[in-house]
Ligand binder design. Structure first.
Ligand code: AMP
Ligand code: MN
Ligand code: MN
Ligand code: MN
Length: 280
């Protein structure tokens, strides 16, 4: 079964509208898809309708921006009630903070000689409350400040570089509590992206499990094949369910398209088993 439990639409920093994303999933042979926009549930109903009309299975999702011991981390929520007011209200607060943050990011870029980045990023985002570093990256790349999204993040927008500003995100504890409170499963997104050494990743996973976290993206578009194996070992060690997702944002952007068929190593219990059982 081709399962993709991590992707983005125009309701966050993806470039495809939900119905176009659903069509692309069908074309790419996806059987089960979750839409996981950053801190935003708005596109879930229209995506569900489009996906189910095409004969695919849909799982409600979200990618919550949060912070654990000073590091920004992302937690994917799956299979929650999309009408839960505690979850949607708290996500609205995160979105509200994005505009101020984006203005500070633009000020930091201006200090480095790059003017007009706020307006440039907003032209991609459409809405100030959705502004993410991905919108800034698209703008900076199109203006020739770097040759690709990846090199934008190597020169700008990452900790210590122009365009990165400290920001207060919710805590890991909050993110897990909101997802679980809405009846969902909390999953660590792309663990290979965080700058954790072997000891620190174990502390992180221990804290996550203690807080009620249940899953981890073992196979992610952000991981190398070697990392699928490494995170499979950790999933088993910490009793976490395994997830897989492309983290697709835009055609031709990044290395992972929808439904790339990322393998989930043997011995890891797939998170979608319990999610699909619930729906039937
Ligand atoms: P934000 O939520 O505003 O901090 O933006 C994070 C988003 O930036 C991620 O969801 C990705 O879309 C994008 N991003 C972060 N790091 C990278 C990277 N190294 N390469 C490409 N895109 C990235
Ligand atoms: Mn993104
Ligand atoms: Mn992410
Ligand atoms: Mn993502």
């Amino acid at each position: 079964m081709n399962v993709d439990l991590h992707c983005h639409s125009t309701a966050s920093d993806g470039v495809l509208a939900p119905d176009i994303l659903a069509e692309r999933a069908k074309v790419k042979g996806v059987d089960v898809i979750a839409l996981t926009d950053h801190d935003e549930l708005r596109a879930l109903p229209v995506m569900r309708r489009a996906v189910e009309d095409l004969g695919l299975r849909f799982i409600d999702g979200v990618e919550v921006s949060c912070e654990w011991e000073g590091t920004g981390v992302h937690i994917v929520g799956l299979g929650f009630d999309p009408d839960n007011e505690m979850l949607s209200g708290n996500l609205a607060s995160i979105r509200d903070s994005r505009e101020t943050r984006a203005r500070r990011m633009a000020d930091s870029l201006a200090d480095a000689g790059i003017e007009g980045a706020y307006e440039g990023a907003l032209a991609y985002a459409g809405n100030p409350s959705l502004l993410s570093r991905a919108h800034f990256a698209r703008h900076l790349a199109s203006e020739g400040h770097a040759s690709s999204m990846k090199s934008v993040f190597q020169r700008f927008l990452s900790p210590g570089l122009p365009g990165f500003v400290e920001h207060v995100w919710p805590t890991l504890a909050d993110a897990v509590a909101w997802i679980r409170g809405a009846g969902g499963v909390a999953v660590i997104a792309h663990p290979g992206r965080y700058d954790f050494d072997a000891a620190r990743i174990r502390l992180f996973l221990g804290a996550f499990v203690e807080l009620g976290g249940q899953g981890i993206e073992v196979s992610s578009g952000a991981h190398t094949p070697d990392q699928y194996g490494e995170f499979a070992v950790l999933a088993r060690e910490f009793g976490l369910l395994g997830s897989r997702g492309s983290d697709f944002h835009a055609p031709g952007e990044g290395k992972s398209d929808l439904g790339r068929g990322l393998p989930l190593p043997a011995g890891v219990e797939p998170v979608w088993h319990c999610l699909l059982e619930r729906k039937s």
